[in-house]
Design a protein around this ligand. Structure first.
Ligand code: C5P
Length: 428
């Protein structure tokens, strides 16, 4: 017997640990099934205190395994086979205890035995009390697991079932599914669209989630001229902004993309306005209003050369000229107080340290509704700017949601889904 007899469908072995967040595993099963994946669930003894095997069996339409002894009959399935039939093993919620057992290599129940026996990629989704999460033992275990190739998601921050506040909440099932889909794209090409359980981007245009909306996107760097041949610039490639414009258009929106100097093709269905400098970008943004949503992805230069030399500046054998800088308009902060402020205003933040704290402060300072923060520190070869993938934190008034490392197109689509969800209920 195989975990899934339908060929091509991604197969997930879901290990449900014992925590209050176990109920969210039920929603995760539903999302995986809706997207065309198959799930086989294993639930620990602790997990069964929170959800029943019957619930998981009904949602997954597969048998649910609870003890090693379920699998003693080799005519059914041995634990080695069960651990290897899946494309991906997901531990959700991964309790502090399960993570510690995985680190120690313990195998005293079905879940831990499968985790020790598997040769498949493992994604662990932790959920626990904030102190347990911050405890040195847990942090050490997570560091070791990550070093050993286990992908451990960051928990969400917010109020917890136990009444405390902090990191340790299980991420929302949609976020977990996005991480699973990204991981599956790496280990086994998906036949099913990994996001097909989400708003329908392929529906008739009038039924797409952003139909009738105007989405304004800025992307790329700006070039701030010094003289006719020299300028101040940065390394932004524009890829993330272009991907967001493409995803918004695919979701049915009318999209205006205001692009700094980049060499990317215009995504289909997108109206593009090319600009050079921050001031040109600001004018183009104001000219494109009104918009329902503005996503300011451009890495706008903070400063421009105060003076523009009409002729190329020459070396004259004297000391080099001083470059005086003037501050550029802050397009995002300006939009936040504009008469035609878009209903949903989203900024990006490229940070090299204290990513979340700095991004939260930026959200307040700039008056944005959301800030999408990414960590641009690290070696140049795998840095975010110019690269193909991104890992971001979406900071809203309600908290922080982390999207694990995935292609920029997947980040774009996940963001557009959130935008569609945010706009929907307020219209009712
Ligand atoms: O202040 P910082 O450059 O880190 O802020 C980044 C966010 O602000 C991005 O969304 C960027 O597009 C926007 N921004 C802007 N105008 C500026 C500087 C940044 O719109 N002059």
């Amino acid at each position: 017997m195989t975990v899934d007899s339908r060929s091509g469908a991604p197969r997930i072995l879901l290990i449900v640990g014992g925590g209050i967040a176990a109920y969210k595993a039920c929603e995760l099963v539903r999302l995986i099934r809706k997207a065309g994946g198959s799930v086989t669930c294993v639930i620990t003894e602790g997990g069964q205190q929170f959800v029943t095997p019957m619930t998981l069996a009904a949602l997954s339409e597969n048998p649910v395994y609870t003890t090693l002894w379920d699998l003693k009959d080799e005519a059914e399935m041995g634990h080695i086979q069960l651990s290897r039939e899946a494309d991906l093993v997901v531990v959700c919620p991964a309790t502090a205890d399960l993570l510690a057992k995985m680190t120690a290599g313990l195998a005293d129940d079905l879940a831990t035995t499968l985790l020790l026996a598997t040769d498949k990629p493992v994604l662990a989704v932790p959920a626990m009390n904030v102190r347990m999460w911050q405890h040195a033992a847990t942090q050490r275990n997570i560091a070791w697991l990550r070093e050993s190739g286990v992908e451990v998601m960051e928990p969400d921050e917010g109020p917890m079932a136990c009444g405390e506040y902090g990191p340790g909440r299980l991420p929302e099932p949609e976020t977990i599914w996005t991480a699973i889909a990204a991981r599956l794209a790496l280990v086994a090409p998906l036949e099913a669209d990994p996001l097909s359980g989400q708003p329908d981007f392929d529906a008739e245009p009038a039924h797409r989630p952003l139909y009738g909306r105007h989405v304004l996107v800025t992307a790329g760097p700006t070039h701030e001229p010094i003289d006719p041949v020299r300028y101040i610039a940065n390394r932004s490639s524009g890829k993330q902004g272009f991907a967001i414009a493409a995803a918004a258009a695919a979701a049915g929106a009318r999209v205006t993309l205001i692009a700094g100097p980049v060499t990317l093709e215009t995504p289909s269905g997108v109206e593009r306005i090319d600009v050079e400098s921050a001031r040109e970008m600001a004018d183009a943004v104001n000219g494109a209003l009104p918009a329902d949503v503005a996503v300011m992805v451009a890495a706008v230069a903070d400063w421009r050369s105060k003076d523009f030399a009409a002729q190329k500046m020459k070396k004259r054998g004297t000391a080099p000229p001083a470059l005086l800088l003037a501050e550029n308009p802050d397009i995002l902060a300006g939009l936040a107080v504009a008469r035609q402020r878009p209903r949903l205003l989203i900024g990006f933040a490229a940070e090299t340290e204290n990513v979340i704290a700095n991004a939260k402060a930026k959200r307040e300072r700039k008056g944005a509704d959301w800030i999408v923060a990414n960590d641009v520190s690290g070696p140049r070869e795998d840095s975010v700017m110019g690269g193909e993938s991104n890992a971001v934190h979406v900071i809203t008034a309600g908290g922080v949601e982390t999207l694990e490392q995935m292609p920029k197109s997947a980040v774009a689509r996940a963001l557009v889904e959130r935008i569609a969800r945010e706009l929907e209920p307020k219209d009712e």
